[in-house]
Design a protein around this ligand. Structure first.
Ligand code: UDX
Length: 439
């Protein structure tokens, strides 16, 4: 089967490479010539475990090109995996998807199935189908199918090769058959439904997970007030199979390319249809507040951060990726700088991307120790392994005042107490040594 994939971002490239791993011949299309040249030479433009290894392993079956006409004209299946960024009003920007749909319509010279992998608002597949049919340059039949992806950054290849489920949304049996053939070697349950339901499965899944995180974050906030421990609470809840033990990690809120965007998009869509999605709205609001939680905590120790060395550990929205999209640091660090703080930031892979957004005003450090030097306070934003494995004594020996605000609950309370540091985390008791106010 000849497969083409439009877009080589997280979704497109991972899809293309994993389909090749399962024996398909895949052409990946992108408009960025520099990126295409890079991928042709076997280099992945994004950091994702195993991706580059599989690109090299399957190079006989994988090609990269900017020539979309050549890639689409004789393809049996064309995946659309381009981005759908968030617009100012929270709705999804579909410009790239529609552009690709038009290019496909003008290029295809044989019957094919167009598969929409990008996360698109419910009903978009119908629009894509109409757009393709009205722009077809040849007398061919093009089916449109929805096939959302559920990969997480940092484990994208593993999530795709070992998918929890494959969702196929089709309006005709033929397209369903073709996709079942594409996925025949994937060892995953296949859910075949209509297109709108497939589109909804994607949004409902992501929004449910976002809701779960906001819920546990609210419970964590309440735990702090009443003196309960969120780690124990989540542990105790997780044994109930109906709840499950995943996505119950309290912290400073979710970021990334999906949850913030998909919650807002579904909320927007509901509003558009005069329906208020109250639970999703609550998840969004809780998350916005949660992102500022550590900064609010810092007021317990300092009235202002003016003139203070502030260590920031972790910049990315989660470990295992260099992606900064919707990372809590993007709102926190500018506020710290505005307050007059000398921000000293460390991250194992995120610094280059952060530098592009903030080339000045931040001291970027190549080690945790360097960031902690003479700091009056430390903020932990990402639970990188290096942070978890740090000897806690270092906070006391390197910092001017060992006050650690941990937005990811990286340490045991007993260890923090033993290390003699002030340790203020999420949803747990604060470990205060004798010296707690440095105002
Ligand atoms: C997510 C979904 O998991 C994936 O299925 C979907 O296809 C895309 O969106 P991703 O954004 O890559 O994937 O990361 P994920 O690991 O889900 O984490 C998202 C955010 O939630 C991160 O900021 C993470 O720190 C936060 N999170 C996650 C929590 O705060 N607590 C948790 O228990 C889990």
């Amino acid at each position: 089967m000849k497969i083409s994939v439009a877009g080589t971002g997280y979704v497109g490239l991972v899809t293309g490479v994993c389909l090749a791993e399962y024996g398909h011949t895949v052409t990946c299309v992108d408009i960025d010539e520099r990126k295409v040249a890079l991928m042709e030479s076997g280099i992945s433009p994004i950091y994702e475990p195993r991706l580059q290894e599989l690109m090299i392993k399957n190079k006989e079956r994988l090609s990269f090109t900017t020539d979309y006409q050549g890639a689409y004209k004789e393809a049996d299946v064309i995946f659309i995996g381009v981005g759908t960024p968030e617009k100012q009003d929270g709705s999804a920007n579909l410009t790239h998807v529609y552009t690709v749909a038009e290019q496909i319509a003008r290029s295809v010279e044989k019957d094919c199935v167009v598969v929409v992998k990008s996360t698109v608002p419910i009903g978009t597949n119908d629009k894509i189908e109409a757009l393709i049919h009205s722009n077809l340059a040849h007398d061919v039949t093009v089916h449109v199918a929805s096939n959302p992806e559920f990969l997480s950054q940092g484990s994208a290849v593993r999530d795709t090769l070992g998918a929890s489920r494959i969702v196929i949304g089709v309006e005709d049996e033929e397209a369903g058959q073709v996709l079942q053939t594409v996925y025949k070697d994937f060892n995953a349950p296949i859910v075949v439904t209509n297109r709108k339901s497939a589109e909804m499965i994607k949004y409902a899944s992501n929004d449910f997970l976002a809701l779960k995180i906001s819920f546990i974050n609210e419970i964590a906030n309440l735990c702090e007030i009443i003196g309960a421990d969120i780690e124990d609470v989540a542990h105790g809840m997780g044994f109930d199979k109906r709840i499950g033990d995943q996505f119950l990690k309290a912290g400073i809120g979710y970021g990334g390319s999906c949850f913030p965007k998909d919650t807002k998009a579904l909320h927007w869509l509901a509003n558009f249809h005069d329906y208020e999605l109250k639970t999703v709205k609550a998840a969004i609001d809780v998350n916005e507040n949660q992102k500022l939680k550590l900064l609010k905590k810092s007021r317990k120790y300092y009235e202002r951060l003016t003139g203070l060395n502030v260590a920031v550990l972790g910049l990315t929205f989660k470990p295992g990726t260099d992606d900064l999209r919707e990372a809590p640091t993007l709102v926190n660090i500018p506020l710290m700088i505005e307050d007059g703080a000398n921000v000293r930031a460390w991250d194992p892979v995120g610094i280059e991307n952060f530098k592009k957004l903030h080339p000045e005003g931040i001291t970027y450090c190549s080690s945790i120790e360097e960031a902690l030097q003479e700091a009056g306070i430390c903020f932990i934003f990402t639970e990188w392994q290096e942070i978890k494995e740090l000897e806690l004594d270092k906070y006391r020996t390197l910092m001017k005042h060992p006050i650690v605000l941990d937005g990811r609950n990286c340490y045991q309370l007993a260890d923090a107490e033993k290390a003699g540091i002030v340790y203020d985390s999420i949803g747990r008791e604060t470990i205060s040594q004798t010296e707690t106010s440095f105002v």
